[in-house]
Each structure stands twice: as structure tokens, then as C-alpha cells.
Design a protein around this ligand. Sequence first.
Ligand SMILES: Nc1ncnc2c1ncn2[C@@H]1O[C@H](COP(=O)(O)OP(=O)(O)OP(=O)(O)O)[C@@H](O)[C@H]1O
Ligand SMILES: [Mg+2]
Length: 577
Amino acid sequence: MSGIQIITRLYRSYTKKFLSKIFLSIIFSFMVAGSTSAIAYLLDPAIEKIFIEKNKILMMLIPIAIFIAFSTKGFSLYLAKSILISVGLEIRKIIQMQIFKSIVSSDLETMDKKHSGKYIAHLTTDVSMIEKLVTDTILLLTKDTLTLIGLLGVMFYQNWKLALFAIIMIPLASIAAKSLGKRMGKISTQTMETYGVVTSYLLEIFKNHKIIKIFQREDYENQRADGYLENLKNKTIKIAKVFIRTTPIMETLTGLMIGGLIYFAGSLVMQDQLTVNSFFSFLAAMMLAYQPVRSLATLNIGIQQGISAARRILPIIDAEIKDKNVDKDLIVTNGSIEFKNVYFKYNNKEEDTLKSLNIKINGGEFTALVGHSGAGKTTILNLIPRFYDPSNGEICIDNQAINNFSLKSIRNNISLVSQDTSLFDDTIKNNIKYSKLNASDEEIYEASKLSYCEEFINKMPNGYDTIIGENGVRLSGGEKQRLSIARAMLKKSKIILLDEATSSLDTEIESKIQKAINTLTKGKTTLVIAHRLSTVINSNKIYVIDNGAVAASGNHEELLKKSALYKNFYDKQITKK
Ligand SMILES: Nc1ncnc2c1ncn2[C@@H]1O[C@H](COP(=O)(O)OP(=O)(O)OP(=O)(O)O)[C@@H](O)[C@H]1O
Ligand SMILES: [Mg+2]
């Protein structure tokens, strides 16, 4: 998208909604322009009538008029700015919300591509730049352009020859600043990328704090941080330098102009073509014009920064949500699942991760997947709620190809207990409730009882209202697992996907978790990635997954007899508790 297209897009999507407020701010801008010009103009009668003619009445009136002009300027400037600030913040929130929605609803494939820190940078810094583009540009374009026009009017009124001389300087100033704008767009893109890298790095540090400690990599990380921050510092310095580079240019040009002007004005006075009062009024107008000229000259810099931020953000906002079948709902009755000749490849991989996979899971039954690490078990699980879509073949739930139905209706019927339990830094109750926000307290208590959470929750100082920390750091591994089972249980969905945790727990907790799982999966279609003997023995059917395909299937006894791979796997990997 070109710069103009981006600005049009920003205008249509955001600015347009606030036209009436913006219009109001433009009216105040007119008042700023009018009062500023009045100030410059009033110096003419002030000098002529008061100092030269010594008029007593005007000696009272002109200072009052000057006072009124200044206060009008102040108040209208305040109002014009405050209206635009609130418009800017509204727009900022709208954009942030759009990015947030896009992140929350984007599919896993998109999220895999970029570090979360980059998204944080988009949400904070990039959005600020767009906000500035929207508000500053409007303010500068209206207030400063109008003020400049008014002041030029005064200048021409006082002496057109002098005014023509002064006006030559304006294009010079803007040419100098224009080239800076382009450069600024480029550097600011680089800076934002660096900013994203720094945020991503920080998130990694927080997540891996323990690992840093045990491997004693504090110095190493300090060095890395120093590198990233140094880079960020240098980029920011570059931006600041380009920005203030306008100062010497503008000051030099102003000096040149005023010097030349005094010479030129002097010669006009000597030829009696200019009076002293006109000259002072003219000079005041010109000095007051300095600020708007300077702002207008640097306007391009802000515009370029905003455009480059929009270039990064708009694709995220516009990202198409994969779900094209929002209206068609999947009806789950029996809960049978079938993989028909399914192929799947991760975007960043050369090879297919799943190859010609055929699996049949009967409704209400307990089916297990076993296989070596990296065989593709979690991948298979991920395809059922459509976290990813197969590249070939189809997956059916109750004989309906899930690709044709809304994500909402599919996921509505599925519960997931993942390998690495994910919890929120919130109360225990809210964590359980996450699967059913309107659950009654009774339902929550029941779910936590059935999942053996009750005993540890009751020991907590605040019971169900205890905050568990980031991803549940204040809970033990087994407690976290039981909590995530309680959460899954509350949903009462027809299909349950379970990625059994590989970490082994003590026998007592283990058997509790086992019982909790049994309660959870009773009468439900369950697909579990099994690591434990008790799980595989419990299964109606087991699929042995090898290298992305089914190597054998059957129950535990059958497989022990017919599959060497299973036997080997059973001997070496399955925890026999
Ligand atoms: N998000 C991803 N992007 C790219 N490749 C992936 C992704 N997730 C998994 N893979 C790859 O797909 C293959 C199968 O991974 P998967 O997680 O399904 O294995 P698994 O059978 O669940 O193993 P484990 O028992 O260790 O959990 C692996 O080679 C892995 O590197
Ligand atoms: Mg796995």
C-alpha cells in the first residue's frame, strides 16, 4: 500500500467516525488563527496611536484588546487540542482492540510465526505512532495552516514587498524537512523491529528465569541484554538526531530571513515606503509565523512514522479469520471421530508430519494413542478442534467433515487437557470456570470434588479465591493437573482430548489423577495420548503411531502379541505404576 492509500484507509476506518468532534476542533483552530493574527495586527495601532499620537482612550482599549486576543488564543488552543487528544485516544483504543481481537482469534499457524513480544510492541508503540499521525496531523494542518494564512495576511497588509521577501523562505524550509521525513520512516521501521526484539527477549527471560539461575547464565544474559539495548539505543538516537536536525536548518534560515528583512525594511523606511508601526506589526507576525512554519515543516516526519507503523499493524488487523463456515453448525450426537487418509504438514517443515493417517474412534469409547516422541501424536490431537487443518484427506465427527462447520460449534463439543497445563494468573475458581463462565458454585464444587481438587483447595488460605500465580506457579504439578481436569470436567463436552503429562507423580496423586480422569471421561468419546500402563489397559482401542502414520491398532493384549513396535514401546517407555 502506498502512503496515500494508508492514510485514506486510516481516515475511512477511524478518523471518519469522529468528524463532528474534529470539525469542532477545526472551529477552535480558526479562533487560534484569528486571535494570533489579531495580536500581530494590534501592534500597529498600539505603536501608532499610543506611542506616536498619545491617544488616551486607545491607551486603555488596545491593551484590553491584546489581553482578549491572547486569552482567546489560549482557550481555543486548549479546546482544539483537548478534543483531538480524546479523539486520538479513542482511535488508539479502537486499533488496540482490533489488534487484540485479531490475536485472540487468529489460528495457531499464524501465532507460531511470530514471537509474542512483537505483538506487544505493535499494541503499544506502533499504535501510539498511528494515534499521533491521526491527531497531530489534523491539529497541525488546521491550526498551523490557518494561523500561517492569517499571519501572512497581516504581513501583506502591512507591506506586500516585505511579505513577498519573507515568503520566499517558507519553501526553502519545507524542502529541507521533506527529505528528513522519508529517512525517518525508514529508521522508525528499524527501531520498531528492534523494539519488538527487545520485548520478545524480555518475555523469554521471565519465562526461563529458573533455567538462567541453574545454569548460571546471568552474565551471559546481561551481555545479551546489553547488546539488544545498545542496538535499541543507537536506533533511537538516530531517530532523535534526524528529528532535531530540523532545528539548525530552521534557525539558520530564520536568521538569514530576519537579517535580510531588517536590511530590506531599513531601505524601505529610508524611502518612506514603510512606517515604524507597520514594521513592528509585520515583525511580530513574522515571528509568530515561525512556530507554524516549523511544525508544518516537520509534519512530514510524523506522517512517515505513522504510515510505517500502519504498514506493520494493518496486515494484522486485516488478517482473515480462517473460519469461513460461521453459519453451519456441527451437530454432535454420538461423538465418533474418524481420520480419513489425513495428511498434514507444518508450514515451516519440508516433510509431511502426518502421512495417510486413518483412525476410527467410536462414540463414547476410550481410545489411546501411543508412539515415540515426535511421532505426531499431539499433532493428531490438534487437528480435531481444527487448531490446524489437514493438507489432504478429511476428519469427520459423527460423519460430518469438520472442515465444513463453524469452529465455534466444533470447539463447543471438545474439551482439552493438555500435556503442559495452562492456567491463568487468577483465582482457582475463575480458572475452573474458564470452560463455562456461567457455571454455578455448586457445579464448580462438584467438578473440583470429582477431580480431587477439593482437598488442596480447602487447605489454601483463601480457598477458591486463592490467586495461583503466573501459569499456576503457586501450585504443585499434580495440583495443576487436577485443576485442569476440573476445568475440562465443568465443560461437560461430548469429546475429550487428553495429552497425558509425561512427568510422573507420586503413586497416591497418580491414582487420584487416574480416578479423576476416569470420572471425566465416563460416557464421553475420549482420545488420550497415553504414557501410562493404566491408561492403555483401560482403553477400548489403542493406535500405535509411528512417523506420522498408524503402525498398528487393537487393544493392549492384541498389540502385545502382534506389534513388535508396541511391545518394544511397552517394555521401554510405558510407566508401569
Ligand atoms: N508448531 C510446530 N511447527 C512445526 N513443527 C512442529 C510443530 N509442532 C510439532 N512439530 C513437529 O511435528 C512433529 C510431531 O510433533 P508432535 O508434537 O505431534 O509429536 P508427539 O508425538 O506429540 O511427541 P511427544 O510424545 O514428544 O509429545 C515433530 O517432528 C515436531 O518437530
Ligand atoms: Mg506431544
